[in-house]
Design a protein around this ligand. Structure first.
Ligand SMILES: Nc1ncnc2c1ncn2[C@@H]1O[C@H](COP(=O)(O)OP(=O)(O)OP(=O)(O)O)[C@@H](O)[C@H]1O
Length: 514
């Protein structure tokens, strides 16, 4: 009996979850019979109504006794002819139809033509995801709203965030015959925050788990990445009315310390410095030049770095605003160029003997835009080269954190050298890629998303993406079990102990680098 999964889901009003089903290898109606209610959350089926509908559907499929065992390989694309959840797709649009193209995205699936222009494909989040904080590395994206200036300029918003894990960039293109079309690039991350998300919400789902890890004595690093003006400072620093991650983290740290450690109080210290063109400058000490040195135990120390004890959120904000002022004026006197340096804020917990009892870094990375976008002079090219090198090295180091490689290229850049400690042991890392919605920023936004996607792909190389494309021998049921095992393992062991490839399907062939 031939029944399409999409048709089945549509019959019970669950077609919007189709992509999620195929992403975990459930590509045929027959596969539904293997589902249990424990699998529902992984498939995004959470509300009672959806659960009931899926339950009824599964029972019906079981009754019909579809040929589960004999079904073909679990290829998403083979199960439902004509319906592909292409990661990049293109559509012809006449100018005025553009909005429709955005709105009927899901319904239009059957008409879409998969076409990736040789770009790397993004894969849906692995279903082993619990909350980002439960993972050792999480990669999130935050879209900011159009600014007033952009609105006045008549810029259009080219980003849509159809779900909490998906962002689509609608790139306007022109074919050789001058036909206008929209090329849609779809990316999946651990979390995608739309423009309506507040700093508090972003904090709760990104840095909060890291803060908890730090309070338990661990090490954590939170990166803000993105082109200049994309919202890194808004996310990290925020404003007095909308405090950013720094202040929210310290708020929780003090709240925690006030209720625990009564007898042996922990003290909070901060240091703040920047890396500009490969050199370190102390932002709390008049931009004094600093040097990173490795001791006999290969631990990197930043010699002469000033740290300041803070005892409240307001004292932290005071320290940070002093540092930020120095950073901005010290480099260029104009804000956009401040994004040519990496700013690193370190928060340390120390006991009465000055022993470190927890450490967290907030890193506001240099703008990911190409230096040539703004200026062509030698200095800009040098800055750009240094930034590129450090961002590449960072990617490599995150990769080694995830895969426990024997060699980690810490020394390839100052950034990774000083953060070395954060890439080994029981560290947790979160990257927030900030993106601008305006159409003029399309290219930079795409680059930001591709970079973040590569970081995510590195972390997910043993992930379940193969299940979606049919390059696996796992049954859907096995796939879900693998996901559950991975989650459990991830929760109880450092990533280094995981032999991910033993557990998971191989990545698909067509996930190529751009
Ligand atoms: N989520 C948001 N909601 C509302 N406004 C935002 C948001 N994100 C950024 N903005 C606004 O967009 C502008 C640019 O943001 P911001 O200064 O944070 O960018 P940036 O990436 O830090 O830039 P640079 O690297 O040049 O310092 C600011 O006016 C900021 O207030």
């Amino acid at each position: 009996m031939s029944l399409s999964l999409y048709e089945c889901l549509r019959a019970v009003g669950l077609q919007r979850h189709y992509a999620r089903f195929t992403s975990v290898g459930i590509c045929r109606a027959a596969h539904l019979s293997a589902l249990t209610m424990e699998d529902y959350p992984i498939l995004g089926i959470c509300c009672m109504e959806d659960r009931t509908q899926l339950f009824n559907l599964v029972q019906m499929v079981k009754t019909l006794d579809l040929e589960y065992e004999n079904s073909e390989e679990y290829g998403a694309d083979s199960g439902d002819e004509g319906y592909t959840a292409a990661d990049s797709s293109f559509s012809y649009v006449g100018g005025e139809d553009q909005e429709d193209v955005y709105n009927d995205e899901n319904e239009r699936g059957a008409a879409e033509t998969g076409y990736n222009y040789g770009l790397p494909l993004s894969s849906p989040p692995a279903p082993n995801k619990t909350r980002p904080g439960a993972q050792q590395i999480s990669v999130c994206v935050r879209k900011r709203p159009l600014t007033r200036t952009e609105c006045r300029r008549g810029e259009t918003d080219v980003l849509t965030t159809p779900s909490e894990e998906c962002v689509i960039i609608h790139e306007s293109k022109e074919a050789v015959d001058l036909t206008q079309y929209i090329l849609k690039h779809r990316f999946y991350f651990d979390q995608v925050f739309g423009e309506e998300s507040s700093n508090e919400e972003v904090y709760q789902r990104t840095a909060y788990p890291l803060v908890q890890h730090m309070l338990n004595g661990g090490k954590a690093t939170c990166f803000a990445y993105g082109q200049t003006g994309a919202g890194k400072t808004h996310t990290m620093l925020g404003s007095p009315v909308r405090p950013g991650l720094y202040a929210l983290a310290v708020r929780d740290i003090f709240a925690h310390l006030s209720t625990t450690h009564m007898n042996s109080p922990l003290l909070v210290y901060v240091s703040f410095f920047e890396i500009y063109c490969g050199q370190l400058y102390d932002l709390l000490d008049h931009r004094k030049r600093l040097f990173a040195r490795e001791d006999g135990l290969k631990v990197v120390h930043i010699v002469g770095l000033r740290d300041v004890r803070v005892d409240s959120v307001s004292s932290l904000m005071e320290v940070i605003s002093q540092g930020t002022e120095v950073r901005t004026q010290g480099v260029s006197g104009v804000n956009p160029l401040s994004s040519r340096s990496h700013a690193l804020l370190q928060i340390q917990l120390r006991d009465a003997n000055q022993q470190i009892a927890g450490r967290m870094w907030f890193v506001d990375l240099a703008g990911s835009e190409r230096a040539s976008d703004t200026k062509e002079d030698r200095q800009s090219r040098m800055e750009g080269a240094e930034i590129n090198q450090s961002l590449l090295a960072l990617k490599e180091c995150i990769r080694s954190l995830d895969q426990e490689q024997s060699h980690t290229p810490f020394r390839q850049s100052k950034l990774t050298q000083v953060l070395k400690d954060s890439f080994v042991g029981d560290s947790m890392t979160c990257m927030i890629a900030n993106i601008s919605p305006g159409h003029l920023a399309t290219e930079n936004t795409l680059n930001t998303l591709r970079y973040a996607d590569r970081v995510k792909e590195l972390k997910g190389q043993g992930g379940l993406r193969g299940g979606r494309r049919g390059k696996t021998n796992h049954s859907p049921k096995q796939t879900l079990t693998v996901a559950a095992s991975l989650t459990a393992l991830w929760m109880s062991h450092p990533v280094s102990e995981l032999q991910q490839n033993d557990l998971s399907p191989q990545p698909v062939d067509n996930q190529t680098a751009s």
